[in-house]
Design a protein around this ligand. Structure first.
Ligand code: T1G
Length: 696
């Protein structure tokens, strides 16, 4: 039973013991009910303490049970809370570390609550696309008031227990030993006769509840655009304010059952699990020893190198920053300082913290200063010859066991590793620009990369708050290899009849942060041009539309040249459709006898998204990515794929691979159909009625 029951001079202590965070799984729920009943039947017991072992009071419902029969099997959490609340003997929740979701709802069912400082208190259900489903929308407003509770429920954000000391949630915030304090508190209240206080009996006092609720609705309208849960949270709280506790509870249940089935909740839960699953590498055991990383070096103080260095100093890890010329080094340091100053100006960083971080940076022009580094990340010019010089030099100076990482985004990590006599210590760490902001880190595993190097880098990624996804070695790894197909389709559609603004608008309506043409104008059209030129050499068989080359031949590189796919005005970042470009595209179609036709928004979205899905399927088939959710995490954290759709592979599951396959075969039979060689696994999975993600 995932619950321990002990007695201490008339006090029963029920301890949740379901590592890692005392998720309220079926056996834990049953254990609590048994413990409460056992205490009722023991005349020696005067009071009951409910607490959690290990690193949490409780992290809430056991999310590993979601969408399984156990999640709704009795005793449900609602039943458990009713039993706690109905106990004739006082129940005291003794909270430490984490009381989240169902864990906080359980504590709200107790008669008293005491807490240690520093505990994270939250109802984060809205972040999973649901709402508190065990009375949280009814009890929290009665415990801490309408405004504070709505803020917590709609944001899902944790609040530290000491900040809630006077909120009405806790009877005590305990500075000393929580267990001792809980026993003392239990003995005190255990001596009392008469009914013990129930949160459900409190009133929700507010001078203008209807007005505040309307204000809350207006405030969440923007964030609730693609997600139904925030408004439902408000509906449930409002129901309790207007119709009383029991009706409010029933309405909350209805809202919960509706939300848990929505594609948006499925997507959010997929992302929650995907984030955690990404750090697990199938053939690298979780207990693989990791190397100590206390000193890092970064080679290259340009945009990428500077951003990469910031990630480590933000985590308190000292960085030696190497450049070849003093002015490049000075420029790099100045950019880093400017970035921090901007953060200070926004009030997100204290001035003294800025200086502490800058003090962790040691600039140098000499490789000799890299000798003690545990990890060296190179972010030099993206050319194999340059990488060869750097890695050969590193092989000479780096200490044995130092991890040598390349930030390359397109080059072969195996070739880079072969420049050294220690290929087992070489790995790719592909950051995304701006490197100090973007969460995604592609960890590129070479043939020789050792398992402890991988385990070390994955652990370090968590420390620098990155979502790390392991990729095998191929051109473009996971993200860029897929985005290349997406861009190919975008260009073909220009040739066939669409215009940049139509394509961007269609995919932005689908939920992408930015369409391919606005994105290309932002990144610089010349970057894509250089990659295509390389492609034409390496893969002459790969058919590309040359319309983008013609745009570059016009010198229209995007925002940086004031004109790209769109026109731009000085000091204005808005993208204005360009008559010149539209005419060029029309001319281009004539020149290639492509003939122009009307292309629907639906076709635009299908061809852009399914081109990602098709390439993603091939990446899975080749073992470049080990699981579909890794591919989704790459797209959710690095490419602006809409979170409410869960990533390209989950979206394909939602559409159904049967339909994806039919669409791909349809496009393969049309103009530019050679780009649609379907991944065999799509047809195979579709035939079995399955999806990419194991839960189907
Ligand atoms: N159930 C089961 N396992 C959980 C879990 C949970 N609720 N939360 C985390 N884990 C696992 C996680 O997968 C990982 O596993 C390990 O714990 C450490 O997590 C009715 C229905 C609690 C703040 O949304 O926010 O209650 O990878 O790496 O940084 O209204 O986990 O080690 O095998 O994140 O110390 C609401 C989500 C559920 C809380 C700990 N609760 N969890 O953070 O460790 S819905 C949540 C978190 C609900 C009720 C509804 C965090 C944490 P592994 P970690 P951490």
């Amino acid at each position: 039973m995932a619950v321990d029951y002990t007695t201490h001079d008339g006090v029963a202590v029920i301890t949740l013991n379901n590592p890692p965070v005392n998720g309220l799984g079926l056996s834990t729920r049953a254990g609590i009910v048994d413990g409460i009943e056992r205490a009722q039947n023991d005349p020696a017991i005067k009071a009951i303490v409910l607490t959690g072992a290990g690193k949490a009071f409780s992290g809430g419902a056991d999310i590993t049970e979601f969408n399984t029969p156990k999640a709704t099997q009795e005793p449900t959490l609602g039943t458990v809370i009713k039993v706690v609340e109905g106990s004739a003997k006082p129940v005291i929740a003794a909270i430490h570390s984490v009381a989240m979701g169902g864990g906080l709802e359980l504590a709200l069912g107790a008669h008293y609550r005491i807490a240690a400082p520093g505990a994270q208190i939250a109802l984060p259900e809205v972040k999973l696309g649901i709402l508190p489903g065990a009375g949280g929308t009814q009890r929290l407003p009665r415990a801490i008031g309408l405004e504070a509770s709505l803020n917590m429920i709609v944001s899902g954000a944790p609040v530290l227990s000491e900040k809630l000391a006077d909120s009405g949630l806790f009877d005590e915030v305990v500075q000393g030993d929580l267990a001792e304090a809980a026993l003392a508190f239990a003995r005190k209240v255990g001596a009392k006769t008469g009914p013990h206080p129930r949160v459900r009996d409190r009133k929700i006092e507010h001078p203008n509840a209807a007005g505040f609720i309307q204000f809350a609705r207006n405030s969440v309208a923007a964030i609730a655009k693609n997600f139904p849960a925030p408004q439902k949270c408000i509906d449930a709280v409002e129901a309790g304010v207007q119709n009383g506790f029991d009706k409010g509870l029933a309405f909350e249940r209805e809202c919960f059952m509706a939300l848990v089935q929505t594609p948006e909740s499925h997507a959010l839960r997929h992302a929650f699990f995907g984030e955690r699953a990404a750090s697990k590498i199938p053939d690298v055991p979780a207990d693989t020893p990791v190397r100590e990383i206390s000193k890092v070096a970064v080679i290259g103080a340009g945009t990428m190198g500077g951003g990469i260095a910031m990630n480590f100093i933000n985590a308190g890890i000292p960085v030696t920053l190497l450049e070849t010329k003093q002015e490049a080094l000075d420029r790099g340091l100045a950019t880093i300082r400017k970035n921090y100053e901007a953060t200070v100006k926004k009030g997100k960083l204290k001035p003294e913290a800025l200086e502490q971080r800058m003090a962790l940076l040691t600039p140098t022009l000499s490789y000799d200063d890299l000798k003690q580094a545990d990890l060296i990340v190179e972010a030099v010019f993206e050319e194999l010859g340059v990488k060869e010089q750097v890695f050969k030099r590193l092989d000479e100076v780096a200490k044995p066991g130092a991890i040598l990482a390349s930030n390359t985004s397109t080059l072969d990590v195996d070739k880079i590793a072969a420049f050294t006599k220690r290929p087992q210590d070489v790995v790719g760490m592909h950051f995304f620009s701006p490197a100090n902001v973007m969460k995604l880190l592609e960890v590129v595993r070479g043939k020789a990369t050792s398992k402890d190097v991988l385990a070390t880098v994955m652990k370090l990624a968590k420390k620098i708050r990155k979502t790390a996804v392991v990729s095998g070695v191929c051109d473009g790894f996971i993200g860029n290899r897929m985005i290349e197909q997406y861009i190919r389709q975008a260009l073909f559609m220009l040739e066939e009849g669409a215009l940049p603004a139509q394509i961007d608008k269609a995919i932005e309506k689908f939920g992408f942060a930015m369409g391919p043409f606005r994105m290309s104008d932002l990144a610089g059209n010349d970057i894509g041009w250089a990659i295509r030129k390389r492609r034409y050499q390496e893969h002459p068989d790969m058919h590309y539309s040359k319309v983008a080359d013609r745009l570059c031949e016009m010198g229209r590189f995007g925002q940086k040249t004031g004109a790209g796919w769109y026109d731009y005005k000085a000091g204005d970042r808005a993208a204005y459709p360009s008559k010149v470009v539209d005419e060029m595209i029309g001319e281009f179609s004539k020149d290639t006898n492509a003939g122009r036709r009307k292309i629907s928004d639906e076709e635009i979205v299908e061809r852009l998204v399914f081109s990602l899905v098709n390439e993603g399927a091939k990446i899975l088939e080749e073992g470049i990515a080990s699981k579909a959710s890794d591919i989704d995490m790459v797209y959710l954290t690095g490419y602006g794929f809409p979170l409410h759709r869960g990533g390209p592979m989950l979206y394909a599951d939602t559409v159904g691979l049967y339909n994806v396959e039919r669409a791909i075969r349809r496009y393969a039979s049309r103009a530019n159909g050679d780009a649609w060689k379907i991944a065999p696994s799509i047809a195979e999975l579709a035939a079995k009625g399955r999806g990419f993600n194991t839960n189907g």
